[in-house]
Design a protein around this ligand. Structure first.
Ligand code: FES
Length: 104
């Protein structure tokens, strides 16, 4: 399928340190604001399918609420066990104060 940019929300809807979820077709996506930069990854943990939006966000990334693996939001790579498989990451852009994610 052809990738396309989809509007998620306004910049003001996702403040620093916050996360929000966004569904597009069968994709369950997590958006996070870390120090003013917006990241998007899949939001279902690759270890045992916990919803990462109920985890903890800090400068290191998002920490899974179930077994505490922390995922880097830029690369999707888990920083510690038990998760070993990276999260899918998505390109993000901001235009006219709106946040867009590139999805297929
Ligand atoms: S479900 Fe996320 S680390 Fe186990």
């Amino acid at each position: 399928m052809v990738p396309q940019w989809v509007r998620v929300c306004s910049v003001g809807d996702l403040r620093m340190g916050e996360m929000l979820d966004f569904d597009y077709k069968d994709r369950k996506i997590l958006l996070a604001n870390i120090n003013g930069k917006i990241y998007a990854t899949d939001r279902i943990c690759t270890h045992a399918e916990a919803d990462l939006t109920t985890g903890i966000l800090n400068e290191e990334g998002v920490t899974c609420p179930l077994h505490l693996s922390t995922f880097n939001m830029e690369t999707g790579v888990p920083q510690n066990l038990p998760a070993e498989v990276p999260l899918k990451t998505y390109n993000v852009k901001i235009e006219q104060n709106e946040i867009y994610v590139e999805v297929e």
